[in-house]
Design a protein around this ligand. Structure first.
Ligand SMILES: Nc1nc2c(c(=O)[nH]1)N[C@H]1C(S)=C(S)[C@@H](COP(=O)(O)O)O[C@H]1N2
Ligand SMILES: [Mo]
Length: 517
């Protein structure tokens, strides 16, 4: 072997960095591919990146979550998973570079990352010990690939690029890519078979025993730009903590009703469909919605009466909360008093004449008119525990959000849009307003702080839905501020006081500035 000069050594070490990074990335890919395959059997939430991402969601402080929702909106999940993936890429590359010189510490580093994946998977709500398997299997594959590839790369370098040894490395690298790609793809395909999309398609919902009255003619204004009264399913806002959609099979679904009750029971989906089903128009809103924001949606729901189910169980005195739990461990605490006060609280199975979309809770969810979603609208619901606020907290209330969260009276200006330019003359000003279960009695609009003018209100089927409103504005050239406020049917005027969503929902008047030319 030729003597190696200092310069050669430095040059080789530098050249080793990209190769090291490549080795790290290949080992990381093998780890994630094998983990993905294992997760096809143990459930998607046990896949390391998803488990770490889910843990990150749960540990994120409220201010950062607020910022993420505000900045990325409903793309917050993609941004989070992208960040976790980018972190994994950087770690894998660094470990690969380290492995060129120090194989044992590098393997230890990779094993530590794997352990973080194991810890994240095991501490997700509603999991069992098998959730550790994907991260463990992935770590084993990753460490094996790391040791093999760095050993072969070292041998090739030592033999000064003798052809045979370089070939050894290339075979190893090719094999690793193959393992990563095959296991990853197989994992994806197998996981696809867990999808309940087929079960949803085959499901026929029974007719309601209590149908909703037809929507009054004109409930939806035909003003371009105003939200449709019943938005198409894909436009219905979605807010939840699920990084992968829970796939809950109606064939094995049960709902357990227990806790402070005289007669705990469990029902299957077939039994649920045999109960009297109510069809009701109810608008749902999210506590995270900013003034003027998009997190409100309306649907015609089909479901069993929630108070009826609680009466069947026999709520004991002293209980003041229903703690509902979803298949993926999310929980919501709903005041029993509200559920039992005569409003149409539903254990819903249908949305707009179809089974619930998977993203909106298939096969069953709660809907309680008048409460924000986080204290009432548990999707993929599998468990109802009758309890007390003094004893049990829920996912968001544990993080400081309010226990009692009735929706605030809110008017939103849909047209003209903020910062839009409009032609001088008669301009339609229109939008939606909501005060679920109290009802909207008036919407008023003012321009540049002038006198309030009453808007025309579209008819509504009941007090649990949003209401569209409309006004013609004689717009003069210049820049103008439009403000809207609603009055609910108890006579209370929407408060002007600005509040952030945290901890009990945003308040204040929605305003838009427009330029008239
Ligand atoms: N399982 C589960 N259910 C959930 C949530 C969740 O994170 N997980 N989020 C709640 C919140 S905060 C809201 S506003 C509504 C939103 O329902 P949607 O996604 O159908 O619009 O679902 C509620 N139900
Ligand atoms: Mo929400």
């Amino acid at each position: 072997m030729l003597p190696v000069t200092e310069r050669q050594r430095t040059r080789e070490a530098a050249a080793g960095v990209p190769l090291g990074a490549l080795i790290g990335l290949l080992a990381g890919a093998a780890a994630l591919g094998v983990a993905e395959l294992a997760a096809a059997f143990t459930g998607p939430r046990s896949a390391p990146l998803i488990a770490v991402g889910g843990t990150a969601v749960d540990l994120t402080p409220e201010w950062l979550k607020d910022f993420a929702i505000r900045t990325f909106g409903t793309h917050d999940k993609q941004v989070l998973l992208g960040t976790v993936a980018a972190g994994a890429v950087v770690c894998a590359a660094l470990i690969g570079v380290l492995a060129r010189r120090h194989r044992v510490p590098a393997s230890g580093g990779l094993a530590l990352l794997g352990l973080a994946g194991v810890a994240a998977a095991l501490t997700r709500p509603s999991t069992t010990a098998v959730a550790a398997v994907p991260a463990l299997a992935g770590t084993a594959a990753g460490v094996a690939a790391l040791l093999l590839l760095s050993a072969r790369a070292a041998r090739a370098a030592a033999a000064h690029r003798a052809c045979g040894d370089r070939r050894g490395f290339l075979f190893g690298a090719g094999g690793t890519v193959l393992v990563a790609a095959l296991s990853g793809t197989a994992g994806r395909l197998l996981a696809g078979r867990r999808s309940v999309a087929g079960a949803r398609r085959n499901l026929r919902l029974p007719a309601p025993s209590s149908p909703a009255a037809p929507l009054p003619a004109g409930a939806g204004l035909r003003v371009p730009g105003v939200t449709p009264f019943v938005p198409p399913g894909r436009d219905f806002y979605r807010v939840d903590t699920a990084l992968v959609l829970p796939q809950v099979d109606p064939g094995t679904w049960t709902l357990r009703v227990h806790g402070m009750v005289d007669r705990p029971f469990e029902i299957t989906f077939d039994e649920l469909l045999r109960l009297p089903l109510l069809e009701r128009d109810i608008t749902l809103t999210c506590v995270s919605n900013e003034v003027g924001g998009p997190y409100a949606g309306h649907a015609r729901w089909l479901g069993a009466s929630l108070p009826e189910l609680l009466r069947r169980a026999g709520v004991r005195s002293g209980a003041d909360q229903v703690l509902s739990r979803s298949a993926d461990g999310f929980t919501a605490s709903t005041p029993i008093e509200t559920v039992m006060d005569g409003r149409d609280a539903l254990l819903a199975v249908g949305m707009n004449g179809e089974p619930l979309p998977i993203a909106h809770g298939f096969p069953a969810r709660l809907v309680v008119p008048g409460l924000f979603g986080y204290v009432s609208a548990t999707k993929w619901v599998v468990d109802l525990k009758v309890t007390r606020f003094a004893d049990d907290r829920a996912y968001w209330t544990r993080r400081g959000w309010a226990d009692h969260a009735p929706v605030h009276t809110m008017a939103r200006i849909d047209v003209p849009g903020a910062l839009k330019r409009v032609r001088a003359g008669w301009v339609p000003v229109a939008g939606v307003a909501w005060a679920q279960h109290r009802g909207i009695a008036a919407v008023e609009v003012r321009v540049d702080g002038g006198p309030w003018r009453r808007a025309h209100l579209a008819p509504v089927p009941n007090t649990d839905t949003w209401r569209q409103w409309f006004l013609e504005w004689d717009a003069a050239p210049g820049t103008h501020r439009l403000e809207a406020r609603a009055t609910d049917a108890t006579g209370a005027v929407q408060t002007e006081r600005r509040a952030d969503p945290y901890p009990s929902g945003a308040t204040g008047w929605h305003s838009v500035v427009v330029t008239v030319t």
